[in-house]
Design a binder for this molecule. Structure first.
Ligand SMILES: Cc1cc2nc3c(=O)[nH]c(=O)nc-3n(C[C@H](O)[C@H](O)[C@H](O)COP(=O)(O)O)c2cc1C
Length: 186
């Protein structure tokens, strides 16, 4: 890997194939300067199903899941990221992360952030036994299984990882990091 400009550390944001708060997560990203977005294969499909376009701040870099080794994650080792946000996080991604599996772009950015001690915010989809969620054709009920809820709980024990359970808490956590970044340059 060539020389990297890390004068301005960036937000990393991984999106996964979750309809739950998908649009809202995309909206929140629009507030962030110096942003890299990591898109899981399922997230790329879900983007199309919800007819969403990523309208992101100028200079945002988008990394799609096209390599077996999740090549873009190498940047975590060069101090490129001050914060990782994994939102929304599917039950699939949460389960893999909790068991230390890193076999695609989203699970790799989570694992590498952990190994590089980069503070991480995770918005897990499955946080309650009964949820209202947005499907492509409108709102539906979903009943996360015990295993899904257990995995979300297990993730809370990870170092440097804040698991948020509502859009309000995600927004507050992201804004707190943004204020911290701005305070460094003022
Ligand atoms: C329209 C649509 C909405 C989905 N919403 C969710 C969801 O809210 N939560 C979830 O855990 N999985 C959801 N899924 C299933 C995931 O996309 C699927 O488990 C996928 O394998 C996850 O891959 P990823 O974790 O690598 O992104 C949805 C699938 C579709 C087609």
């Amino acid at each position: 890997m060539g020389k990297i400009d890390i004068e301005t550390p960036r937000f990393g944001w991984a999106i996964t194939g979750s309809g739950h708060f998908f649009k809202e997560s995309l909206e929140l990203m629009q507030k962030l300067p110096n942003l890299d977005v990591f898109v899981s294969k399922a997230a790329a499909e879900v983007l199309k199903m919800y007819r969403q376009e990523m309208k992101l701040p100028e200079g945002t870099r988008i990394f799609k899941d096209t390599t077996a080794s999740a090549a873009p994650v190498g940047n975590f080792y060069y101090g490129v990221y001050h914060t990782l946000i994994l939102a929304p996080a599917t039950s699939n991604t949460v389960a893999k992360c909790v068991y230390g599996i890193s076999d695609n772009l989203a699970t790799n950015v989570f694992a590498q952030a952990g190994k590089c001690r980069v503070p991480t915010i995770v918005f897990a989809c499955d946080t309650a036994p009964e949820l209202d969620t947005e499907a492509p054709k409108g709102m539906v009920k979903v009943y996360p299984r015990a295993i899904d809820l257990e995995n979300t709980e297990k993730m809370k024990a990870f170092s440097d990882t804040l698991v948020v359970e509502s859009l309000g808490d995600l927004t507050a956590a992201v804004e707190e990091r943004l204020a911290w970044v701005k305070s460094l340059s003022s």
